[in-house]
Ligand binder design. Structure first.
Ligand code: BGC
Length: 740
C-alpha cells in the first residue's frame, strides 16, 4: 500500500497528539492506583463552592449532578427495596412510560424476613444489585429496617418484622450482596419511622433502652457489619428535631459512635432547615417541595435548603466551608464506591437466577399458620373454588415508593390453574377494591352484594374453597403515607369468609398482606396461610405450597394479636398511638411484639416465630457447652433436631435467652440466635449456635452502656416464641460492660 503525502502528515499529527495526551499525567482523583481517600481529597481540592453545593442536593427527582467539569458522574437513585422501580420524568412524580424499565419483582421484605434465611437475603440483595446496575442506578433506596410496632403501620411490608436480631441478621447479607455490584444500598428510614400516620410531623418519645435495644440494632448492624454506603433519614422527629438533621441520631450515633463514613440522605422532602441540615450531618438533600409522594413545586432545586440558602450562609461566614466539604467528601466517597469504580460489574436483567431467587424467597417465606387435620396440601383431582380479589390483583404496583413494574407477575389464580388443571378451578372475585391510589380510597366499580352472591354460588359447586384475600397496596391498606384504618380485613372479607364457610366448610384462607390482620373467622377455616406480596413468582410459589410440592417453612416475623388492644402500642391509648398533638410516646418501652405478649402474659393468636410444616420436628438434648461463663466467653448451644414426620422439610430452630434476676427490668425472653435446618424424614442433626456472652447484655440507660449482669440465665430452643421445646441453664460469673 502506498500512502500519499497528506495521509502521512495526518497520521504523524495524530501520533504526536496521542503521545502528548499520553504524556498528560492522570490527575490523582482519576488515578485508580491511589486510595479512595486520596482521590476524594484531590477532587475536593479542585472544586469551587458552587460545584460543591451542586453535589449535595438534587438536580431531578432521582439524581444529583456530580461535577461535570471534572467528569465526576451524576448519581442516579431508584427505589427500592423490592426491585428497581420504573423510571420517572425528570422533575415530576409521573412515570416516564419507558418500555425498558421493568424488573424482577422480589417478594416484599416481610416475606424475606419470614424465611429466617440469611443466605436468601444475600441472593435477594444480589438480584436487586445486578438489576440496578444494568439499569444504571448507583443507589437503591432500601432496605428498610424499622421495627414493626403496630399492625396498622402502612409500611411494615417494606420492613423486616418486630425483632431486632432477626432484622439485623437479614439486612447484612442483603446490603453486602447488593453493594458487591458497585451499587450502594440506602438503608432506611433512620430512625423511628414506626407509623405512617402524621409521618411528616410526628415527634417520637422513646426511652433510651428501647431506642438502643429495639429500634437501632438493625441500623447499627447495617453500618458496622454490612458496611452500608448510604442511609436515608426518616420524616418524623425525635426529641423535637427532624430525624433527617438530628444531631443525636446522625452526628452522635450514626457517624461518631458507629463510624458511618457514607452519605446520609434525606427522605424525599424531609429536610426543613438549612442550619440544622448544614450542621447535623445531612449530606444529600432530595425531593423537597413535595410531600414525598404527590405533585410538588416543579424545578425548585436551587431553593433547596442545601442549595442557594446554604451557599448564602457559607458566603456570609455563618457556616464554614469545611462543613460543606465534609458532605462532599462523603458524596465523593460514594462515587468512588459506585459510579467511579471502573471495576464494578455490568449487571444483568431478568436472568434465570433472578427468577429462581424470587421464587425461592417466596416459597420459603410463606407461613402455614393453621392446618387442622392436614387439610393442606390440597389433593389434586378435586374441584376447587378460588375466591378473592387477591387471587388476580396485581400486587407489585401500589403501596407508595416500593411500587414496581415487573416483567412477569404470576397471579395466584394462574399458579393454581397451572398446578391443579384449568378444569378443576372455578373462580369468583367475591369482593373488590378500587384502583390503587396513594392518597385516596377509590370506590370499587362493582356491586358488593352481587359479588358475594356469585362467590357463594361458586363455593357450593366445589369440593373445597381457597379464599385468597387480605390487604392490598391501596391507600390505608399496606401503603405509605397513612396507616391502615382498621385491624380487620377490609371490603367485607370477614363476612364473606363466614358466609362461604356456611355453604362449603372445606375452606382454606390465604391472607396476602405485609401486616397482621384480625381473624375472628379463624375457627371457620381449616387452614390459614400467611402469604405476602410475593413479587414476580408469587402465584407459582403459592401453588407450590398449597399443592405440597414444597413443604412450607416460613415463620412469622411478627406476632398476630387476637385484638388490636392486645398489641402493646395500642394498650396505652392515643398518646402511644397514633399520638396526640403531634407527639407519640412509646409507652410500652421494651415490650414490643412477643416481648409484650410473653412478659405480660397476653396470648397472641399466632406468636412471633410460628409457622407449621407438612412434617413434624422433634427436639431433644438441648445443652450448653459449660455451666458457667465469663464476660468475654462465647456460649455454644446445641440441640438435637429430628424430622419425625413423613415429608422432607425445614425447621427454623429459635434460641431465646431469659435472665433470672436482672438489675433492670427485661422482657421475659429475647431471640438470640436461629438456624434453619433441612431434614429428610427420619433424619436427625445436632443444631449448634454460638452466642457471645456480650449478646446477653441490656442497655443501661444511666451508664449509657451495654451491661451483662452476673446472674443465672436460661436458653430455650423453640419452634416459635411460645412453642418452646427445651431449656438449658447457665451462669455468668461476673458483671461487665459489654464490648459493643
Ligand atoms: C419514601 C422513601 C422513598 C422516596 C423516594 C419517599 O416518599 O418515604 O422511602 O425512597 O420517597 O421515592
Amino acid at each position: 500500500m502506498t500512502l500519499n503525502r497528506q495521509t502521512i502528515i495526518t497520521l504523524a499529527l495524530a501520533a504526536v497528539a496521542t503521545a502528548a495526551h499520553a504524556a498528560q499525567p492522570t490527575p490523582p482523583y482519576l488515578d485508580d492506583t491511589k486510595t479512595i481517600e486520596e482521590r476524594v481529597e484531590d477532587a475536593l481540592g479542585r472544586m469551587t463552592l458552587d460545584e460543591k453545593i451542586a453535589m449535595i442536593h438534587a438536580q431531578s427527582k432521582f439524581s444529583t449532578p456530580g461535577c461535570p467539569r471534572l467528569g465526576i458522574p451524576e448519581i442516579w437513585m431508584s427505589d427500592g427495596p423490592h426491585g428497581v422501580r420504573m423510571e420517572f420524568t425528570w422533575d415530576e412524580w409521573t412515570h416516564a412510560g419507558w418500555t425498558n424499565d421493568s424488573c424482577t419483582a422480589m417478594p416484599a421484605l416481610t416475606c424475606l424476613a419470614a424465611t429466617f434465611n440469611p443466605e436468601l437475603a444475600g441472593r435477594y440483595g444480589n438480584v436487586v444489585g445486578e438489576e440496578a446496575r444494568f439499569r444504571n442506578k448507583d443507589i437503591i433506596l432500601g432496605p428498610g429496617v424499622n421495627i414493626y410496632r403496630t399492625p396498622l403501620s402502612g409500611r411494615n411490608f417494606e420492613y423486616m418484622g418486630e425483632d431486632p436480631l432477626l432484622a439485623s441478621r437479614m439486612v447484612v447479607p442483603y446490603i453486602k450482596s447488593l453493594q458487591s455490584n458497585g451499587v450502594a444500598a440506602c438503608m432506611k428510614h433512620f430512625a423511628l419511622n414506626n407509623q405512617e400516620h402524621d409521618r411528616d410531623n410526628v415527634n417520637v418519645t422513646v426511652d433510651e433502652r428501647a431506642l438502643n435495644e429495639l429500634y437501632l440494632p438493625a441500623f447499627r448492624a447495617g453500618v458496622i457489619d454490612g458496611g452500608v454506603w448510604s442511609v436515608m433519614g426518616s420524616y418524623n422527629k425525635y426529641k423535637g428535631t427532624y430525624c433527617t438533621h438530628n444531631d443525636t441520631l446522625v452526628n452522635q450515633i450514626l457517624k461518631k459512635e458507629w463510624g458511618f463514613d457514607g452519605a446520609f440522605i434525606t427522605d424525599w422532602g424531609s429536610a426543613h432547615d438549612t442550619r440544622e441540615a448544614a450542621l447535623n450531618g445531612l449530606d444529600i438533600e432530595m425531593g423537597s417541595w413535595t410531600n414525598g409522594l404527590t405533585w410538588g413545586k416543579s424545578n425548585a432545586y436551587n431553593e433547596y435548603y442545601m442549595a442557594e440558602p446554604l451557599k448564602a450562609l457559607v458566603r456570609s461566614g455563618e457556616i464554614s466551608e469545611e462543613a460543606v466539604n465534609e458532605k462532599v467528601r462523603r458524596v465523593l466517597r460514594l462515587c468512588y464506591r459506585t459510579n467511579m469504580n471502573r471495576h464494578r460489574p455490568w449487571g444483568s436483567m431478568h436472568t434465570t437466577e433472578h427468577t429462581a431467587a424470587a421464587l425461592e424467597v417466596a416459597r420459603e417465606g410463606i407461613v402455614l399458620l393453621k392446618n387442622d387435620k392436614s387439610f393442606l396440601p390440597l389433593r389434586t383431582g378435586r374441584k376447587l373454588a378460588v375466591i378473592g380479589e387477591n387471587a388476580v390483583k396485581c400486587l407489585t404496583i401500589g403501596g407508595g415508593s416500593s411500587e414496581l413494574k415487573p416483567k412477569v407477575e404470576i397471579s395466584p389464580l394462574e399458579g393454581l390453574r397451572k398446578r391443579f388443571g384449568e378444569e378443576n378451578i372455578l373462580f369468583s372475585l367475591g369482593y373488590a377494591s378500587g384502583e390503587p391510589n396513594y392518597s385516596n380510597e377509590l370506590p370499587s366499580p362493582y356491586d358488593a352484594d352481587s359479588l358475594m352472591t356469585a362467590a357463594i354460588e361458586t363455593a357450593k359447586l366445589a369440593d373445597a374453597v381457597v379464599f385468597i384475600g387480605g390487604l392490598n397496596k391501596n391507600y390505608r391498606q399496606d401503603c405509605e403515607g397513612e396507616d391502615r384504618a382498621t385491624y380487620s380485613l377490609p371490603f367485607g372479607q370477614g363476612e364473606l369468609i363466614a358466609r362461604l364457610s356456611e355453604v362449603n366448610p372445606n375452606i382454606a384462607v390465604v391472607i396476602v398482606s405485609g401486616n397482621a390482620v384480625a381473624m375472628p373467622w379463624a375457627e371457620k377455616a381449616h387452614a390459614i396461610v400467611q402469604s405476602w406480596y410475593l413479587g414476580s413468582m408469587g402465584g407459582e410459589a403459592l401453588a407450590d405450597i398449597l399443592s405440597g410440592d414444597i413443604n412450607p417453612s416460613g415463620k412469622l416475623p411478627f406476632s398476630i394479636p387476637f385484638r388490636l388492644e392486645d398489641c402493646a402500642a395500642h394498650s396505652f391509648g392515643e398518646t402511644a398511638y397514633p399520638g396526640v398533638n403531634g407527639n407519640v410516646n412509646y409507652e410500652e418501652g421494651l415490650l414490643v411484639g412477643y416481648r409484650w405478649h410473653d412478659t405480660r402474659g397476653i396470648k397472641a393468636r399466632y406468636p412471633f416465630g410460628h409457622g407449621l410444616s407438612y412434617t413434624t420436628f422433634a427436639y431433644s438434648d438441648l445443652r450448653t457447652d459449660r455451666r458457667q461463663y465469663a464476660p468475654t466467653d462465647t456460649i455454644t448451644v446445641t440441640v438435637r433436631l429430628r424430622n419425625s414426620g413423613k415429608a422432607a422439610g425445614a425447621e427454623t430452630v429459635q434460641f431465646y435467652a431469659a435472665q433470672k434476676n436482672p438489675r433492670l427490668p427485661r422482657p421475659a425472653k429475647e431471640l438470640k440466635a436461629f438456624s434453619k435446618i433441612r431434614l429428610e424424614p427420619g433424619e436427625s442433626r445436632d443444631v449448634e449456635v454460638r452466642i457471645p456472652v456480650a449478646n446477653l447484655a441490656y442497655y443501661n440507660d444511666t451508664l449509657r452502656r451495654w451491661v451483662v449482669d452476673a446472674d443465672e440465665f436460661a436458653i430455650h430452643a423453640g419452634s416459635s416464641s411460645t412453642d418452646l421445646r427445651g431449656k438449658a441453664s447457665f451462669k455468668i460469673s461476673e458483671s461487665s460492660l459489654a464490648a459493643r
